[in-house]
Design a protein around this ligand. Structure first.
Ligand code: NAD
Length: 325
């Protein structure tokens, strides 16, 4: 399966949440292809620094706005038609679930509906960043897209899980009702440069703790697993889905499944740190196992992750070393 590039020079793409970790890498990749990109962000978890490399790029515009309120009508960059709308905006870390619960619900529900309406009026392809959290604490392992999940609808993670599940439902409703061209990607744990050191996700937390010589705080016994994907691989997967006519949902990530204990020990060894590993209370509803079934991504998109955990972690450690220095 080879997907040919559908979006390139002359195409206008709207990326919501463009100043965030994953979205800023998507913006870079679209600009490198020759697209014109408008990023909309309210900087609730993102940062202008993530887009500083594009300050002099004439094909790039950054607009400050909260997409849960709809797109601001007055901005000239938002007046023209878009060929594709990529709805990537949402706080996404466990810390955010506690501090920004209503913002997460709003951007997944109201934000998604506003952007779907705009995609219908523009005749644009609509791509939704969904999540492996749609599977909750899965009872099927690895997780295929056909699995409906095991989500606690009122638990501490539900604001995120259910907002994304609502966003998927809304996307499919617009697809069925309006024939809208849509693609849903379920993203598994992704890491890399431009993550926030203090966002509560395991890899930036472990790396910054190791670099500072502080104990690495592993939740519970650390036997819970995640399958870790370097951001460049994820971005390739997202753009393959964008270029395709696939509706999805399609999983994107890797099969590099590691326990949190192994991951912490590996980071201590790779950083040459003198840090120890300590075990702290595990948050409720924390999923036990996570690994994508990538059959659909391989068959429909020709997706294959390329960056080894060793290389991805090395690049990420280098980024945080420079940042902390
Ligand atoms: P991030 O927090 O770095 O990026 C999200 C961006 O969205 C930020 O720049 C934030 O300011 C912006 N944003 C949030 N609410 C907004 C609003 N109402 N209006 C405008 N901008 C808003 O997070 P990330 O990890 O890069 O995640 C990006 C997307 O990918 C999210 O939709 C997330 O749910 C999804 N995702 C990420 C992962 C992962 O492992 N990183 C896994 C699954 C899904």
């Amino acid at each position: 399966m080879v997907i040919s590039q559908r979006f390139g020079p002359g195409h206008r793409i709207l990326v919501t949440g463009g100043a965030g970790f994953v979205p800023s890498h998507v913006v870079d990749a679209l600009i490198a292809r020759g697209c014109t990109v408008v990023a909309v962000d309210n900087f609730v978890t993102g940062s202008k620094e993530n887009l500083a490399q594009l300050a002099d790029e004439p094909r790039f515009t950054l607009v400050e706005a909260d997409v849960s309120e709809g797109l601001p009508g007055h901005h000239p960059a938002l007046a023209e038609r878009f060929d594709a709308i990529m709805h990537l905006a949402s706080p996404a870390s466990p810390t955010d679930f506690a501090t920004l619960p209503v913002e997460i619900l709003r951007v997944g529900s109201l934000g998604t509906l506003h952007l779907l309406d705009r995609a219908v009026s523009d005749g644009a392809r609509f791509l939704l960043a969904s999540t492996s959290e749609a599977y909750g604490d899965p009872q099927v392992h690895p997780q295929p897209e056909s699995y409906w999940g095991n989500v606690n609808p009122i638990g501490v993670r539900s604001v995120y899980d259910e907002a994304k599940r609502f966003a998927e439902a809304a996307t499919m409703a617009y697809h069925r009702l309006h024939g809208l061209d849509v693609g849903i990607v379920r993203i598994f744990n992704t890491y890399g440069p431009r993550m926030r050191p203090d966002d509560g996700r395991a890899i930036p937390a472990f790396i910054t703790q190791a670099l500072r010589g502080e104990p690495l705080t592993v939740h519970g016994t650390g036997s819970q697993t995640r399958s870790i994907c370097y951001v460049d691989d994820l971005v390739r997967g997202i753009l393959l889905l964008l270029d395709s006519a696939e509706t999805g949902p399609v999983n994107c990530g890797t099969e590099h499944e590691v326990s949190m204990r192994e991951l912490a020990e590996r980071i201590v060894s790779m950083t040459g740190s003198s840090s120890t590993v300590t075990y702290v209370t595990r948050p409720s509803d924390d999923p036990e196992l996570r690994r994508p079934d990538l059959t659909l991504a391989r068959e429909r998109l020709g997706f294959e992750p390329q960056v080894s955990p060793q290389e991805g972690l090395r690049r990420t450690i280098e980024y945080f070393s420079q940042r902390l220095a």
